[in-house]
Design a protein around this ligand. Structure first.
Ligand SMILES: [Zn+2]
Length: 279
């Protein structure tokens, strides 16, 4: 599932390849991906404009759009969410394609045209496509960004300390709460907790300042590494998240359980829950 680093690759792709190309056609016929918009609504709102900026907070991405003429007011923001496995494909005017988003599958079956859930056609002959086999991505105008917490790549140490120690729930659940911190998904949360040697079930209120600061440094380094290496699947502990897996740092057995409603793996030795952890 695309987390912050994957969505950032898609955002950067749009910023590098899709801005200032005039939109002459919009395929918005997929009423599920484009809900609540009805067919033709996105076409009418976007035709004649160009994308002027690609932005992101957490896993939500949006593009600013121009006015239809130079004098006109800017257009609506085009929100793009990659869902559980969506990718952005931008085709240049010479027909070359570039992709960003979740990791591309080596075993990729031939791609079916119906998996192109949303398309912008540009005047130069190229296009921008949301390719999404699982159909869990989402396109919508003016997405609600205010409901999201600070972006995990931009949050300051002080903001992070405040949000990670408040209340009394499992720290993993807090890391996954997009309204508190935007961009961390299941794999990144396990990687960060493992790097910081914190039990996923530790209660937020029980975290000391040194724990919060260790988690913050782990978040920064996990994001940096995943962005450089092409996705959260490249994290140090991810390959050990399976039965019989051992901790790549100390060699102890990895344990599996459900924390914060999600499948979770942790090191039996270095991340053992202390008394009072969420059971
Ligand atoms: Zn370990």
């Amino acid at each position: 599932m695309p987390e912050l680093p994957e969505v950032e690759t898609a955002r950067k792709l749009i910023a590098d390849e899709a801005l200032y190309r005039r939109i002459v056609g919009v395929d918005d016929a997929d009423t599920f991906v484009c809900r609540p918009h009805s067919p033709g609504e996105l076409r009418d709102a976007l035709t004649g404009r160009v994308l002027t900026a690609a932005r992101r907070r957490g896993k939500t991405m949006w593009c600013e759009t121009s006015g239809v003429s130079k004098a006109a007011e800017p257009g609506p923001d085009l929100g793009i969410h990659l869902g559980m496995g969506g990718r952005i494909i931008v085709t240049s005017k010479s027909g070359q394609s570039f992709e960003g988003g979740g990791p591309s599958r080596r075993d990729a079956q031939p791609r079916k045209p119906e998996w192109n859930r949303f398309t912008l056609d540009f005047a130069d002959g190229g296009s921008l496509v949301l390719f999404d086999k699982r159909r869990l991505g989402r396109i919508r105008l003016n997405p609600d960004i205010d409901a999201l917490g600070p972006d995990a790549a931009d949050v300051t140490a002080a903001e992070f300390r405040g949000l990670i120690t408040k209340g009394s729930i499992a720290v993993k659940a807090r890391l996954l709460d997009q309204s508190k911190l935007a961009g961390v998904g299941n794999l990144l949360a396990d990687e960060v907790l493992w790097k910081a040697k914190v039990s996923p079930a530790a209660r937020t209120a029980s975290l000391q300042r040194k724990d919060a600061d260790r988690l913050y440094r782990a978040l920064e380094s996990a994001l940096e590494s995943a962005t450089a290496k092409g996705g959260v699947h490249t994290g140090d502990v991810i390959a050990a998240r399976h039965p019989g897996g051992t901790c790549p740092r100390c060699g102890a057995e990895m344990i599996h359980g459900t924390v914060g409603g999600r499948s979770t793996w942790w090191c039996s030795r270095e991340q053992a829950p202390s008394p009072g952890a969420v059971g």
